[in-house]
Structure formats: C-alpha cells, structure tokens
Write a protein that binds this ligand. Sequence first.
Ligand code: NAP
Length: 290
Amino acid sequence: MSNLQIDGKTTLCGLFGYPVAHSFSPAMHNAAFQALELNWIYLPLEVKPEQLGQAVDGLRAFNMAGVNVTVPHKEAVIPYLDKLDQGAAAIGAVNVIVNYEGKLTGYNTDGAGFTRALKEETGFNPLHKKVVILGAGGAARAVAVQLTLEGAKEIVLVNRTVPRAQALAQTVERMGTPGRVLTWQEPQLAEAMSGADLVVQSTSIGMHPAVDYCPPVPQGVFRPGQLVCDLVYNPMETKFLSAAAKAGATTVSGLGMLLYQGVLAFELWTGLDAPVEEMKKALYRQIGGK
Ligand code: NAP
C-alpha cells in the first residue's frame, strides 16, 4: 500500500461482515485498485447484525460504489436492497452490492466464481455433466444454482440435515435440472459419486484448524477423468482432496472460487477487466506466502 493516496475523490468499497478481521478481500481488492492506478479503496467494515440496516443507509449516504457481504449478513441484507439479480434471487443470498446512483442491486458471485475457477484451472464446462454436491449450506446453494444455470444434467445433494438438501433439490428442479437427495449412509452414494463428472465438497469439514477431518464418503469412489473440488481453501489441500488426487482424479481447491468471486465483484463495481494475476498474488501472500 506504499503509493496509497486518499483524497476527496477516492471511491469507497468495503466488506460488511461480523467478524471481518480475517478476510482476504481487502488485500485482494486494494492490490487490484493499485495495479490499475484507480483512486479507490476497500475497507473491512465490522457490522453487528442489529446494525445492518444502518450500515446499508451508510453505504448510500457515503455514496460507496458497493460492498461485499459476508457471514452473517448474506441473507439478512436482502430486504434492504432495491433489486436482486436473478442468480442471487434463486440462491437467496447476496455477496456483492452495487450502488448505482443510489439504487442498490444485490448479486451473488460465489457460484459464478466457482465455475469460472473450474474453467480457468481445468477447462471444465458444466453443460450436460453429472454432479454430486456434498453439503447444502450457503456455498452449496450458490454452486448448485450456478451449475443449473450452466446446464448441468443432474445434481445429487448429500447433507447431514436432510430437509436442507431437499429444499436445494427443489430449487434446482424448479430451474429445470433434476435434483436428487441422498444421505451419507445410503448405499447409492458410492455409485452416484463414482459416476459423477464433478464432485464438490461444500461442507466445512476439513477446514483449519480441523484439518485431519474428512467427510464420510465411501471408499473407492474417486477415479481418473473425474473432477473433484473442495470449497475449503485453508488448507489448500484438504484430506478429502488428497484422497481424490491419490486415486487419479483432477483436483481443485477453494482458492480459485475465492479469487474469481472477487474478480467478478471488482468487475461489477468498476466496469473494468480485473487484474487477475495481481489479485491472485495478493491472495497467495495472504494465505501464507506460497
Ligand atoms: P454453511 O452455510 O454453514 O454450511 C455448512 C455445511 O457443512 C452444511 O451443509 C453442514 O451440514 C455441513 N457440515 C458442517 N459440519 C458438518 C459435520 N460435522 N458433518 C456433516 N456436515 C457438516 O457454510 P457455507 O457458507 O456453505 O461454507 C461451507 C464451506 O465452504 C466452508 O468451509 C467455507 O469456508 C467454504 N466456502 C468457500 C468459499 C470459497 O470462496 N472458496 C466460499 C464460501 C464458502 P448441515 O446442513 O447438516 O449443518
């Protein structure tokens, strides 16, 4: 941030969350602004749940270009917005707000960030592909809706809390993609996983510091020619991903999704192509200098 200059023309962006101290987004976006020599700044803004409405009023009052929204505000912020993008409406959660002349539109770039990362890293196209998603939380919703929008053939959802998976299956069915629910214990899970073109691990199992844990998937379900992703990005190689890699599957960590949800947010706010390499370098510096 050595050449940072703030003046009366600096455009403000930020992150609403609670907490926000550990977010990688400020480093990633400020690196992007600097790379393009934009007089913009991105601030982490800790917003208590009971003050979310006031924070959105502040966004308007300060004429901010927009914000990212993270836990626990992604769903709660929706009633305060003027408009919702189609994907955000289907997901039921917002991670980006754009302020255009005082009108606030909510977007969700998590799902599109995920599929963009797969395309960039492996060339994968979801069209007509069979998918298994482990988990049915907020990240799974974003990924399932985006895979549906991009023409996936079938989505199998596996979740500890079955009604959550059923609700997501209903969403993808309404959007035109067959959705099936399995439990972790069902014998059909092994066949569904080994037959899938894409397996997405979207539970929080294996996330730092619980790095020795792995979702309870059956033995022998990974194979060469299959793409296996873990949305967890810390660590970059979870136990789950390392088992898939050992069996010859192509593996992708959650870091690409984190990068590209930010790239897409940057492009929504600025209307410019994001400096992806600079953003990636900033992210890698944050995650441990690798
Ligand atoms: P969430 O809404 O809280 O959902 C958590 C999911 O994990 C639910 O499906 C939950 O199942 C499941 N789960 C948690 N502990 C479990 C356990 N012990 N056994 C079985 N299932 C368990 O969280 P989220 O926002 O979806 O995030 C999920 C993961 O994705 C996190 O690790 C997060 O860091 C990662 N993520 C990554 C990115 C990225 O950019 N790479 C973006 C968003 C999230 P139940 O429904 O049964 O509770």
